[in-house]
Design a protein around this ligand. Structure first.
Ligand SMILES: Cc1cc2nc3c(=O)[nH]c(=O)nc-3n(C[C@H](O)[C@H](O)[C@H](O)COP(=O)(O)OP(=O)(O)OC[C@H]3O[C@@H](n4cnc5c(N)ncnc54)[C@H](O)[C@@H]3O)c2cc1C
Ligand code: FES
Length: 281
């Protein structure tokens, strides 16, 4: 639920700062009252006296009292958030948006495709599905980053795939010393989606899957085209449209695609709903 005044952040104590990669940190905050959210909903994180920015929590929705926000250093606010130390008081408002349509996944396969810091919002989805794994048939995670050092949450992957319904395949853009995994952009992991992979992984059941894609806009675009080429319908594809936002709840008109406000109707949008509007990619 949005608080009575959706512009008013509640204080949130920064309890832990985790260095994830050279450019990405996870800030774990404890809001003064637990902030319930659904996987895929986002919050505005405030640095008092500086400003705020929208982020989708990367932690489990089952832990509303301790919210992890994984942040790529990219500009004015994120630079200063990276400099914060445990003990600082930040602000948080929200949650906003609809969250992932997890209910529609009953009996289906989830194909989760992340690029770079885009794995952060998807991690909340992965953790939510791990907590309710009976519901889904399979969760197949395909993840790409520019280089080995930029791969997020590597220490957790083993835990995720301990569940036999979960698998993870990753790639980095170019060959790198010390890397023996796949290379190429993340769309290379989507070719021949329904065929078993070289390492014995079963193919994805294309007719019975839903794809969730999060990453930079260029990655969203080419991943969507790759999935369509593989035979998925637009209705099967959900895109995290994490564009610039301001109010967060459909008032300022900053974030629309056609008649839809990404903050209110998304940020995860069904591709079939938005594909015919001019400013999708
Ligand atoms: C719903 C939503 C969820 C998001 N979740 C995350 C998350 O989990 N982790 C994360 O690291 N980031 C996330 N972002 C992006 C994050 O909000 C921006 O990186 C942040 O607002 C940049 O603020 P800044 O003041 O540091 O950068 P600015 O100084 O405002 O901008 C610096 C550079 O970043 C670009 N930029 C700014 N905002 C965005 C944006 N929304 N998308 C792409 N480029 C942007 C600018 O064009 C500019 O090139 C999310 C954005 C939205 C809308
Ligand atoms: S951010 Fe204001 S309408 Fe979406």
């Amino acid at each position: 639920m949005i608080s009575a005044n959706p512009y008013l952040p509640q204080p949130a104590k920064l309890v832990e700062v985790i260095d994830e990669t050279p450019t990405i940190k996870t800030l774990v905050v404890k809001p003064s009252t637990p902030l319930s959210f659904k996987a895929g909903q986002f919050v505005h994180l405030t640095l008092p006296g500086v400003g705020e920015a929208p982020f989708t929590p990367s932690s489990s929705p089952l832990e509303p009292e301790r919210i992890a926000i994984t942040i790529l250093r990219t500009g004015a606010v994120t630079d200063l958030l990276h400099d914060c130390r445990a003990g600082a008081t930040l602000g948080v408002r929200g949650p906003f948006g609809k969250g992932y349509p997890i209910d529609k996944l009953a009996g289906k396969e989830a194909l989760i495709v992340g690029g770079g810091v885009g794995l952060a919002p998807l991690r909340a989805l992965i953790l939510a599905l791990l907590g309710d794994a009976d519901k889904v048939k399979r969760v197949s995670i395909r993840y790409g980053a520019r280089q080995m050092e930029e791969l997020l949450y590597r220490a957790e992957w083993e835990q995720w795939v301990k569940n036999p319904k979960f698998d993870l395949t990753c790639t980095i853009d170019r060959p790198q010393e010390g890397w023996s995994g796949g290379t190429g952009v993340v769309t290379t992991l989507l070719k021949g989606l329904d065929k078993p992979s070289g390492d014995g992984l079963a193919g994805v059941d294309k007719a019975n899957c839903m794809a969730f894609v999060c990453g930079p806009e260029v990655m969203l675009k080419f991943t969507t085209f790759a999935l369509i080429d593989e035979g998925l319908s637009p209705e099967q594809i959900y895109l995290s449209m994490n564009r610039r936002m301001s109010c967060g709840w459909g008032v300022c008109g900053r974030c629309n695609i056609g008649p839809y406000y990404l903050c209110k109707d998304g940020p995860d949008m069904n591709y079939a709903t938005i594909k015919d509007y001019p400013n999708v990619f």
